[in-house]
Design a binder for this molecule. Structure first.
Ligand code: FNR
Length: 355
């Protein structure tokens, strides 16, 4: 993803950006080694009502996301593209999306706007998946014209705009002038031919940020919270001296961001989603759909689409079963389930006056 360096000349920059993309992927994958950590999702428990269940064949998993109806409440979140390794991964992700119906996001496309020789690694998201829901991706701070070009490049159905100030803070080559982001978001939203999804990259969108996005005309936001892929850790280990260990864990979880919501802005949730139950928890907290990045990249990089397709199918089967168990005929009905909030999540609610 960013630093998205607009309007700079190119060759060294593009090599540097390509190297960074490969490093992001390999560091994100190595971060996933070992046991899955406890997360805020574990603090969200369903009160079990033994007679609430319905027929699983009556469950319709489709969900309304802004103006679009998605076939599933699950999507592959934006990650990568722009180098040989990452283009190959995009191909496996795109094939999975085509075969399972999952909507899919691209990684930041700024490199392709500045160096068209890298564009093929993004176009594959559309060429392998001609009828699927595909999202382009750029960093806030780019121009409205860049946004239109990114959308055109992959005939995208929506545009993800990432806001990654925490990452830029730790990234050795980060850009730390965040002062133009709101203006840029406003201009892109006004000019974009498709809906704009503003997303974090694993540090969360607070209730106040969601309100601000609403005021800027943003149609959808992805809270992308802490607890999964941690870009502080990734950027810190790319530094000569890893001075930023104290920032690890910065930000709020997706669970906390969903609880902090106070507007009618449609929300997507991502960040640290480990299982179908985590998906159901996020939907019950009001998310329209739930994104997975690092977890799906891991499966695809180890076994390609051949491994990821059955993995996604098993998740979808469980999503259907969990809806039936909880008495919800579709994702939107999950908000009527009884939730118990425990531990740090409960503490967050108390501190924010959300009880
Ligand atoms: C990302 N993410 C990301 N997001 C974005 O908007 N543009 C980008 O270019 C990237 N690049 C990227 C690369 C890699 C290798 C990973 C794993 C992730 C962030 C991603 O969309 C998501 O917000 C976070 O990773 C949190 O989700 P997970 O990984 O915990 O499921």
């Amino acid at each position: 993803m960013s630093s998205d360096h607009p309007h700079e000349p190119h060759e060294d920059l593009d090599t540097e950006r390509g190297r960074r993309k490969d490093e992001h992927l390999s560091l994100a994958l190595s971060q996933r080694a070992g046991a899955q950590p406890r997360s805020a999702f574990d603090d969200v428990e369903f009160l079990h009502h033994a007679l609430d269940g319905i027929d699983e064949t009556a469950v319709d998993l489709s969900t309304q996301v802004g103006p679009a109806r998605w076939p599933l409440p699950l999507y592959v979140n934006g990650m990568t593209g722009g180098t040989a390794t990452t283009a190959a991964l995009n191909r496996e992700l795109a094939i999975t999306a085509r075969e399972t119906g999952l909507p899919i996001g691209s990684g930041s496309m700024s490199i392709a706007l500045d160096d068209p020789s890298t564009a093929e690694g993004f176009r594959v998201l559309r060429s392998e998946n001609p009828d699927g829901f595909v999202m382009a991706n750029l960093g806030a701070g780019r121009s409205a014209d860049d946004a239109r070009r990114a959308v055109d490049l992959i005939a995208a159905d929506a545009l993800q705009l990432h806001v990654n100030a925490v990452q830029e803070t730790v990234m050795p080559e980060g850009r730390r002038d965040f002062s133009r982001w709101t203006r840029s978001i406003e201009q892109i939203v006004a000019a974009s031919p498709v809906p704009v999804v503003v997303k974090e990259v694993g540090f969360g969108l607070s209730g106040r940020t969601q309100l601000r996005l609403r005021e800027l005309g943003v149609q959808i936001a992805d809270v992308s919270g802490a607890g999964g892929t941690d870009f502080v850790r990734i950027e810190n280990s790319r530094r000569e001296r890893p001075d930023y260990a104290h920032l690890e864990g910065f930000g709020q979880s997706a669970v906390e961001c969903l609880l902090d919501a106070s507007t009618d802005l449609p929300l997507l949730a991502s960040g640290g989603v480990r299982s179908p139950l985590d998906v159901i928890r996020a939907l019950a907290l009001g998310a329209r759909a739930v994104g997975v990045a690092g977890g799906f990249a891991q499966v695809a990089s180890e076994g390609g689409a051949e491994a990821l397709i059955p993995h996604v199918r098993r998740w979808c089967e469980q999503l259907r079963q969990l809806h039936a168990l909880l008495g919800a005929a579709g994702p939107a009905e999950l908000v009527h389930t009884d939730l118990l909030l425990r531990g740090r999540v409960q503490e967050f609610c108390t501190l924010r006056g959300l009880d």
